[in-house]
Design a protein around this ligand. Sequence first.
Ligand SMILES: Nc1ncnc2c1ncn2[C@@H]1O[C@H](COP(=O)(O)OP(=O)(O)OP(=O)(O)O)[C@@H](O)[C@H]1O
Ligand SMILES: [Mg+2]
Length: 356
Amino acid sequence: MSSVRVNWQLKAILPVGFVLLAGLLLFILATVSLRDPVRHAVLIVAGAGAVAICGVLIVVLAYLIQRPMVELQEKIGLVSEGNLDVSVSFARRNDEIGDLGRNFNHMMQQLRESREEIELLHRTQMSRAEHLATLGELAAGLAHEIRNPLAGIAGVIEIIGRDLPSTSPARAVVKDVRLEISQINRILTDLLETARPHPPQIRCSDLNTTVEHAVMLARQQVLSKPIKIELQKAPDLAEVEHDSDQIHQVLLNLLLNAVQAMEGAGTVRVEIGSRDDCASVVVSDTGRGISPQHLPSIFRPFYTTKGNGTGLGLSLARRIVEEHHGRIEVSSVVGKGSKFEVVLPFRMPSAQIAAP
Ligand SMILES: Nc1ncnc2c1ncn2[C@@H]1O[C@H](COP(=O)(O)OP(=O)(O)OP(=O)(O)O)[C@@H](O)[C@H]1O
Ligand SMILES: [Mg+2]
């Protein structure tokens, strides 16, 4: 059965009402019987009684408020020490103090649930990180082992290609094999670079040359496809401090992603320029685009939507660009295409520049 709810406004008004009432009574009595000594004594007793009742009421009220406040303070102290298994006993009261107690207990319940969730997430992530680290080591070892025989195969293919008569139809196959080998090589390089990263060898040089080199390599990969790769250089661009091998790898990864996003014919545009006191390279394509819900995941290691992808290309690209104190920005419209922009500062902090 629920008890009658008496709000604090009402409880606080009671002693005030009592004092007013007693004052009024005393005033009436005083005016009526000022000269009568017996009535005078009654008057004094009544006055003293009223004051005593008021005093008792105030003490009771102070106690009723004071006790929950002290308890609340103690419990908050326990919470700040990390103990979340606390609740207050005055939550059963049917007034504002009771509301406060119920809200406090509810908040503690939510905090306990959130902590459990965080702990669970932390444990899962830790085991996932360990798992990935082992996998990374394994992949790096494998990549290393595959690279040498692959170099051998590439050499043999080169010799076979040279010895074939110029009219032989096998020449086209040899070309395809060479492209496949360079693709495997790129994936292996990404894998090794992810597992055993090395700091960039920063030198001041022309960004146009680095980008052009990557564009040329990507064009080789699309010779047999109806895909155009356009390059707009910036001849007046000041030299940029960067590791040309690493930035080349970044651009090649972006270019190949752009090419792979194309279902049939399409165009990839590469534009070099400057933006906000930084050098910028924009790679935009007319491919399938990326949906907004997938966009936040594309830089995650091992995130891929391709059957033969490792999902390392973009995560590696971002790491390299961030080591250059730059950033990669992306925007995409499903069905229309994607735009990746690499922004690099012209100058790096002096400690990172390699000796000539
Ligand atoms: N230009 C793009 N257009 C559409 N989707 C893209 C584009 N670039 C990246 N993505 C999406 O982001 C994912 C991750 O790209 P990332 O380069 O990291 O790995 P991958 O290309 O799948 O594999 P790998 O680079 O190892 O061959 C891709 O699988 C693809 O779904
Ligand atoms: Mg890729």
